[in-house]
Every structure is written in C-alpha cells, then in structure tokens.
Write a protein that binds this ligand. Structure first.
Ligand code: M6R
Length: 369
C-alpha cells in the first residue's frame, strides 16, 4: 500500500533509512560483524581466492560499489560482471571462486542463469536477495537477505542502499574470519554503517524539497551527464540509469577520469553535469582531482550540479547548484550520494507528469533472458 504517498517510489525513497537499518539489524553487536545466516560456512570463506559478483542494472551498480569495500577489507580479488555477459565467455571459475549474486527480486533470469552456470562449474554461490524464498537464493549455497521490505516501483531505490549495506556486512564478516582487518578496524567500519540511516534521514529532511524544486526547474532538459570517481563512479551510473528509466531523458554516467579520453567532447554551453564530489576531509587527493574535472568542463560551459559534503567550500565557486550530503568515510559516501539522485529523478518525472512507478517498456523483474 502507498499509504499517504503520491507513488510507491516516493514511499520507497522515504524508506531508504529503514532499508539500511533493517539490513544491519542483528548483524552487528558492539562493533563485531557476524551474519547469523552464514554460521557454519567459515570453511567456505577461508577456502576461496577469488570473488565474482554477478547482477544486472541497479544491482550491478551496488556490486561495483561493493567491490571497493570487499577488496579493501578482505584482500580477496573481486570482479564484477553483468550476469548476462558472464556465462557466454567461458569464465575462469572453480571451487576456489565465490560467486556473489545480487538481486532484489531473486527472479531475474539473467542472474539466475549465471548462478546455475557457476554452480555447474564447481564454484560456491552466495545470494544477496530482498525476497524471501525466491528462486536465486534457493539455488545458492548461502543467502544474505537484504531487509528493505517489498519494493514495488520499477525503479529500484531502497533495495540499492540495502544491497550495498549487505555487501559491506559480508565484507566485514569475511574480514573477521580471514583476519584481514583487526577487530578495531572492523568496529570503526561497523559504526560508520550504523550511522548511515540517520544521515540518509537528514538528507530527506533537509534537502528533499530543494531537490524537487530544482528538478521541476530542470523539466525541459534534454540530456544530463553524471560524473564520479572511485565509489562515486557507480553512483554516477546509477543516477543516469534512474533518470533514463523514469524520465526518458538521455543520461549518461562516466568515470570522471575518463572525461578527457572522449566524453568531454559532449560538453557544450548549458549542458547539465552532476558531479559526485568526494569529501575533502576524508579524501583530499580525490576531491582535488574531481574539482579539477569540474573546472575543465565548467570552462566549456557545463552547468555543474555538485553532490557534495555540506561544508565543502572548495566546490562552491564552481558549482551552479549544490546538493548537500552529510560527512561520511569515503567508502560510505555512496550510501548518501545516491539519495539526492533518486530524489532528483523522481522529482523530474513528476514535473513531466509521468508515471514514476510504471515507466514505459519496463517490468519490475525481468524473468526472461
Ligand atoms: O530484481 P533484480 O535486482 O535482479 O533486478 C535487476 C535489474 O533489473 C533492476 O535493478 C533494474 O535495473 C531496475 N529497474 C533499476 O531501477
């Protein structure tokens, strides 16, 4: 039920804080991360030397974010692959490989087929899924449920933040087992994760109206670009996908460093570009690089919409619009930076009078290959 909300998507965006909180619940105790569903599987996590994450669409962007944390915290090499590409190229996998699939519905045929294929090649399989008892978790050796609650709108929002949360919990669980992080390091990251719901709530409380007004004002835009670096890159892709899906506006996400290798040719006066700016306090080096990318495109007339930490003064001279997010450690910024982009896409679709819950040509779960 929509309750008092104008759309399921509006309701589901408002539930992003709970989606994270409910996914964390019962898995962190005083800074120790232990996922009860994975009890008895220690040998599996100790025996692998490679992780491949398979997913489609928004879930694949969650996977791309998760790769940074999984590699940094577990020191296990991680590849992310679109599920529909995975099994058509004779991938190098075997009993030492853990295949992590991510699917909100648990019924996406492309992802299911990738999991079945991996299992037939002897790989271990773990499913991150939002739907109890769905087909993909039933076909997997291990399951970590996201607890985002049912997601009805075709555009995935709260499931995305829950998927990143589950991947981070998984990474910290495995880091504890393998000793790749100290207990103190795990506790610091666990506390960062526990602090995220309140920070998302803060964005919804302080920025939502501003972003919706801004989206209304942008309603006639024909093309929007999104730039990000490091964990901001998959967020740029997610921002662009959401805009395409529900507003039908041409949108593309790029890795900021890739700009001068081609995409900068697209910049002409007035072109709106969202830039996900890393926190200056937490990653000064990255922030400087992104600010210099902003300067390059601004000099060519781009209109800059910065998604930046509240209080980041460095972006102000270069940004035409700033969408503010609270401070978080670098790996946790995606869980915040994506929220303004979800609100923006929804606001723009509403401004155009479109059906945000049921965009044309799309189904909530893609059960054909
Ligand atoms: O149910 P799944 O998570 O497996 O679905 C994967 C994609 O089809 C899904 O994320 C799709 O990209 C969404 N419509 C994005 O908003």
């Amino acid at each position: 039920e929509k309750g008092g909300w104008s759309s399921f998507m509006a309701k589901e965006v408002s539930e992003e804080p709970e989606a994270v909180a409910n996914t964390v619940r019962g898995r962190i105790h005083d800074g120790v991360v232990q996922i009860p569903e994975l009890d008895g599987l220690d040998e599996m996590f100790l025996g692998i030397n490679r992780i491949v994450v398979v997913a489609c669409g928004t879930a694949a962007y969650a996977a791309m974010v998760g790769k940074y944390a999984l590699e940094q915290w577990t020191r296990i090499p991680v590849d992310v692959e679109l599920a529909h590409e995975f099994r058509y190229r004779d991938p190098v996998i075997g009993p030492d490989t853990l295949i992590v699939s991510i699917s909100q519905s648990g019924e996406t045929m492309d992802t299911l087929m990738a999991v079945k294929y991996a299992a037939s090649r002897g790989a271990k399989t773990l499913s991150i899924c939002n739907t109890q008892g769905a087909t993909i978790p039933r076909e997997s050796d291990a399951i970590v449920y996201t607890h985002a609650g049912p997601e009805v709108a075709v555009a995935s929002t709260k499931a995305f933040v829950a998927q990143i949360t589950a991947l981070y919990l998984l990474a910290l669980h495995v880091a504890r087992l393998r000793g790749s992080l100290t207990a103190a390091e795990i506790a610091v990251n666990a506390h960062e994760l526990e602090a995220i719901p309140a920070k998302i709530s803060e964005i919804l409380a302080t920025e939502q109206t501003h972003i919706e007004q801004f989206a209304h004002w942008m309603a006639d835009t024909r093309s929007v670009l999104f730039l990000g670096r490091h964990v901001g890159y998959p967020i740029a892709l997610e921002g662009a996908l959401k805009l395409k899906e529900i507003t039908y506006i041409h949108a593309e996400g790029f890795a900021a460093g890739e700009l001068k290798h081609g995409p900068i040719a697209l910049i002409e006066p007035g072109q709106p570009v969202f830039v996900i700016v890393p926190s200056p306090r937490e990653s000064a080096e990255l922030q400087k690089k992104v600010v210099s990318n902003i300067q390059e495109i601004r000099a060519r007339g781009a209109r800059i919409i910065a998604v930046a930490e509240a209080g980041d003064a460095a972006v102000l001279p270069y940004a035409d619009e700033v969408l503010r997010i609270p401070l978080a450690a670098p790996l946790f910024e995606p869980l915040l930076a994506v929220v303004p982009l979800h609100i923006f896409a929804m606001g723009l679709a509403n401004a155009k009078g479109l059906d945000v819950d049921q965009p044309r040509n799309l189904a909530k779960s893609v059960t054909v290959e």
